[in-house]
Design a protein around this ligand. Structure first.
Ligand SMILES: NC(=O)c1ccc[n+]([C@@H]2O[C@H](COP(=O)([O-])OP(=O)(O)OC[C@H]3O[C@@H](n4cnc5c(N)ncnc54)[C@H](O)[C@@H]3O)[C@@H](O)[C@H]2O)c1
Length: 284
């Protein structure tokens, strides 16, 4: 398949590109670093000519200290609109859009979930420019698929980790144990960039119609020892549980329920916090 990758100079897209090329696909990148701007509709339409699919990752990541609401909105919303227009005009067969768990409005200390475990049905209450941009871009994809008959798949990863991130987390917690939940707890959620690249490729290679939006995360939580239920009770004692049975059987199970992504795309994360600890002698 010939695939256009926006944001190909970034952390995630580099792993996606590697995996796609390994599977025999032809890819071309589109990134601001190389002078290609997704805010420029004519440029995106020109770049999409002849491509069968788009993986859209280019975005501003919501660093409020250096990015204004206007910049985030223009890049993340106008940019997504331009990518979808390009897909429509060029007769593209599928679009994969990298959203974020931030669309839920409960990460980075933004809000409190209505219930645990966090699943694909949890109501979204985003409040920041970045979180709102991700939620609205998902809506754009949904509306696009219903009017153009081109499938769009949105993925919602939590923090995306490369091999260095695991060590960085261990070191930060060694220096300051509360770092794990203060100033906010990310529900112990993360996804290894290699697992994320794997599901992106599966989204492209699996027969799919219409619109879908999926949580994607590792199977276990990152923790210094407390179980998922202990951490959840400590940080969010007021949040009710739909079910806790799975967490009695698997004490470190992720609070993000990704069963829909797994069933739809035959995906299973290969990397976990436990595997990292065991591999590097941190295990008990
Ligand atoms: N990294 C994470 O933890 C994480 C978590 C959830 C979702 N995401 C999403 O995944 C996607 C990729 O994230 P990443 O971590 O690889 O980020 P990154 O910052 O490493 O890569 C983003 C890329 O987009 C490019 N870009 C920015 N503005 C552009 C523009 N106007 N035109 C063309 N290219 C532009 C940048 O140059 C950069 O190479 C983003 O959409 C992000 O919101 C990331």
């Amino acid at each position: 398949m010939k695939i256009l990758l926006t944001g190909n100079r970034g952390l995630i897209c580099q792993a996606v590109e590697k995996k796609l090329v390994g599977n025999g696909h032809q890819v071309v990148g589109f990134d601001l670093v190389d002078g290609h701007d997704i805010r420029d509709q004519a440029a995106v339409i020109k770049a999409g000519k002849g491509y069968e699919a788009v993986v859209h990752l280019a975005a501003l990541l919501g660093n409020d200290e250096i990015e204004s609401a206007e910049e985030i909105t223009r890049t993340n919303l106008l940019g997504t609109w331009n990518v979808l227009e390009s897909a429509r005009i060029n007769g593209c067969r599928k679009v994969v859009f990298m959203s974020s768990v931030d669309a839920l409005g409960i990460f980075k200390g933004e809000g409190v979930p209505d219930y645990f475990p966090i699943d694909d049905d949890l109501p979204c209450k985003p409040t920041t420019p970045y979180a709102i941009s991700k939620k609205l871009a998902e809506e754009m994809c949904c509306s696009f698929s219903s009017t153009n008959d081109i499938p769009t798949i949105c993925l919602r990863p939590p923090g995306v980790w490369n091999e260095q991130t695991y060590f960085h987390i261990v070191e930060n917690r060694r220096q300051r144990p509360e770092y794990e939940w203060d100033p906010y707890w990310e529900y112990g959620a993360f996804i290894d960039v290699r697992d994320l690249a794997d599901i992106v490729v599966r989204c492209l290679e699996t027969e799919f119609n219409g619109y879908g939006c999926y949580l994607v995360a590792s199977d276990d939580i990152t923790t210094s020892g407390r179980t998922t239920a202990e951490l959840a009770r400590m940080v969010f004692p007021q949040v009710k549980w739909k079910t806790q049975a799975d967490y009695e059987r698997e004490p470190y199970r992720s609070l993000l329920d990704c069963h829909r992504a797994k069933e739809t795309f035959g995906w299973k994360p290969q990397f976990s916090w436990k595997k990292f600890l065991d591999a590097h002698g941190y295990g008990s």
